[in-house]
Ligand binder design. Sequence first.
Ligand SMILES: *Cc1c(COP(=O)(O)O)cnc(C)c1O
Length: 391
Amino acid sequence: MMAYARLGVRPIINAKGAATRLSGGPIAQPVLAAMAEAAAACVDMAELQAAASRRIAAVTGAEAGLVTSGAAAGLLLATAAAVTGLDPGRMARLPHTRGMKNQVLVARSQRNFYDHAVRTAGVRLVEVGLPDRYAGAGVRDAEAWEFEDALGPDTAAILHVAGPDAQPELPKLVAVARAAGIPVIVDAAAQLPPAANLRRFIDEGADLVAFSGGKALGGPQASGILAGRRDLIMAAALQMLDLDVWLEQFRPDPDFIDLARLKGLPPHGIGRPCKVGKEQIVGLLTALDLFLAEGDDARTARWTGLLEELQGRIGRIPGVTTGLVPGAVPLLRLDLAEREAWPVVMALETGSPSVRLDAERHRSGCLLINPICLQPAELTPLADRLREVLA
Ligand SMILES: *Cc1c(COP(=O)(O)O)cnc(C)c1O
């Protein structure tokens, strides 16, 4: 806190979850300790990433892995890998993709702000399907046959944004992509917990999967995981690592980067601006270990406990109903019967301490509290602010 006070920056109470604009979550002490240790010594980054690759492979069931500076960076690197393969000349030419496969298919219903990261590699997104289930006019979304129909000579990959309602289901997309010989890239940024999702998309046939390290995984805010096929991870790593060396000086583990498969070493790649530091890599891997050691049940119980305690401290407020919403990440729901929720959101944000919560459903008078970034010491000031603003 001293560091923030010196800058005149006021800490907030983050009841929204690990959003990037809210600086993610607090990093657990063991992760901070590992980051401090890692930051105090120097290593060869290709060697460190090769070690990370082995750990990510063991945890995800993928052939290989890479620590990225976030899931969005993972999407950029994944797309670049799909477009260039192991051709250093192509790597050098990105984002110019003339003469390369440069289209990525995506269900129209899955377009989102993060797919800019995919386009950054120099590809065009081709939208598939008509999601009339979202218009209240129908029940359907993109179907596997429509992806087959949209495939062409320029199709480099299929992008799938994972989620409980994502259509078509991943195995069906994988079948289409396999038949066409192109990779499926899965954006699974916010799909942890459950921990089983670390393996699920790989098990279902995804070629590359991107996770956020700075969300519920509890890693550094600017970290992420890209897991997948060995050759694609190799292509991704080559487009992010610092390659300002003579070939003789570059001696990566051949399981991670096999120089025998390259006709030469590319210059710095399109992923070089997404570089990841040694302390991010060690922090992410430590957070991953802690995430797996705690397990889903204990984690959900811890979060539920926090929310129940908060609910108790909020107590009864006339015109407000509170209730726990169960789930992998449980939430505390505040229903404002008669009152508009938006002024409440703004009063909480602009008050002191500033409270940020999930206002996505404010139009229906519902505010949500997410426990991922809440610390026990914040429950009393948070309950006090809620009581003041809602009373
Ligand atoms: C959060 C998120 C991202 C970006 O993740 P970062 O780790 O912040 O780069 C990408 N896609 C989806 C669906 C997300 O929710």
